[in-house]
Write a protein that binds this ligand. Structure first.
Ligand SMILES: Cc1cc2nc3c(=O)[nH]c(=O)nc-3n(C[C@H](O)[C@H](O)[C@H](O)COP(=O)(O)O)c2cc1C
Length: 176
């Protein structure tokens, strides 16, 4: 392959794990939804993950104060709403209304689950790395629509470009 030098500012678009998720939050009646793609699993069982949530986002304040959120996994069918949630602030808009999303009641967290997402994870913040706006969260409950067998998730390349997943292939591997 004839590789060429690549700008460091674009590296995230090469390695970003995705899928883009929608983090819903609620604290004392205030709520928001943000698009989020800088996240990673760090433990299997109980499932623990780490998410970078910039201090400049309204969602940061709601997660910091409530200590919880829901991570909803959207598919390409609601891509426009995902982009809207990632390019507007819940400080001055009701994103559930703007996206025509359905609020579904969660069991362990106050934040609403997004009905239009095929999976939702109820999460509690268990640790922080303040220097990087990193929240470590334990998933306490997970919900998945079993009818969605090959979810066409979105993977962020930057500036409105997304890769769409969906094909499952089988390869020889013992890894869990
Ligand atoms: C595809 C996509 C991925 C994003 N990923 C992140 C992320 O990982 N961390 C972050 O802090 N902001 C991320 N953002 C930006 C927030 O979603 C955006 O600032 C949003 O308007 C915050 O909403 P809020 O102010 O209501 O919390 C992303 C935006 C898009 C469009």
């Amino acid at each position: 392959m004839a590789k060429q030098a690549f700008p460091l500012s674009g590296v995230y678009g090469l390695i970003e794990t995705g899928p883009v998720v929608l983090i819903s939050t609620r604290w004392k009646g205030r709520e928001s939804i943000m698009a989020q793609s800088w996240h990673t699993m760090i433990e299997f069982d109980p499932p623990i993950l780490a998410c970078v949530i910039s201090e400049s986002n309204y969602s940061f304040e709601l997660i910091e104060k409530s200590g919880e959120c829901a991570i909803n996994i959207p598919t390409v069918e609601i891509g426009r709403q995902v982009a809207l949630c990632g390019n507007s602030s819940g400080r001055n808009a009701d994103k559930f209304e703007a996206c025509a999303f359905t609020r579904e009641k969660a069991s362990d967290v106050e934040a609403a689950l997004i009905g239009e997402c095929y999976a939702s994870l109820e999460c509690k913040v268990i640790d922080r790395v303040k220097q990087y706006d990193l929240f470590v969260m334990e998933v306490t409950r997970a919900w998945v629509d079993p009818a969605v067998t090959e979810p066409r998730t979105l993977h962020h390349r930057g500036y409105g470009a997304f890769m769409v997943a969906g094909e499952t292939v089988s390869l020889p591997s013992e890894m869990r």
